[in-house]
Ligand binder design. Sequence first.
Ligand SMILES: *Cc1c(COP(=O)(O)O)cnc(C)c1O
Length: 261
Amino acid sequence: MVGVWKGRFFRLEEHLKRFERAWKALKMSPSIDLPSIRQVLFECVRRSGLREAYVEMIVTRGVPQAGSRDPRTYDNCFYAYAIPYVWIQSIEKQKKGGHLIIARDTIRIPESSVDPTVKNFHWADLTRGLLEAYDRGGEYVVLPNQKGCLTEGPGFNVFTVYRNELWTPPSGVLEGITRKTVIELARNEGISTRVEDLSIELARSSDEIFATSTAGGVMPMTVLDGISIGKGLPGRLTQLLHKRYWEAHEDDRFSSKVDYN
Ligand SMILES: *Cc1c(COP(=O)(O)O)cnc(C)c1O
C-alpha cells in the first residue's frame, strides 16, 4: 500500500517498483502493466476525493480452472482501492507512545519458507504474536527470529536507539519504504545508523524504540514488555525523525501531486 498525504502520493515510484518485483518473485503476472497501475491508483484517489488516503494495490493468484490445483494456470487478479488514511497508531497515541511486546510463543516464519521481502498477507505468525501481546497487556508485537534477534511486527518495521546509534534489522523483514526513508533521513542528520542484527538484549537496553509503516509513519514505542524505555516518553531521535518524515511528504523529490479535477 502507498500513502497519500495533503493530496500527494508519497514515494509512489518506490512502491510500484517493490510491487512489480513482488509479483514476479511469486511467479504471478497481472494483465496490466506498471504505467497503467500508476494511472489506476491516481484515478482511485481522484474519484475518492480523499486528501489523506491509504491506497492499496494487490495481486492475487486468482481463480483456478475448475478442479485444478496447478497455480500456473490461475488467472491472476489485480485490485486497487483508496480509503481514508489508516493509522496503526493514532496521532494522539503517538504523543505518548505504545506498549510493544516481544513475542515469546511465536517466531517469524523463516525467510526460507516465505520471503518477507515480498509484501504479503501470509500473517498467521504475526497475528498469533499480536494476540499474545494483547493477552500480556501490550498493544503491538514484534516477532524474534530463530537466533533471538528482532524481525518485524504486523505491518511495521522496528528501530531502536542504543548509545545514540540507530539500529534496524538487515534481513528477515519487509524492506519498508518508511524504513528506507527513515534510514535516509537519519543519515542526512548525521545519525550513525546500523542496519545489523538487533538482539533482544540490545532492544531491552535501548534508549528509544519506534516502529515504521506507511500506515502511521514513525510510531514511538515507550514500554517494552511492561518496562519503560528511556524516560517512558518518545525520545529525542524518534521525535526528530518523526518530524523529518512528515516534512518529506511535502517535498517534490519524494511526493507526486494528485490532480483532483
Ligand atoms: C507493509 C509492511 C511493513 C511496512 O512497510 P512500509 O513500506 O513502510 O509501509 C513492514 N512489515 C510488514 C510485514 C509489512 O507488511
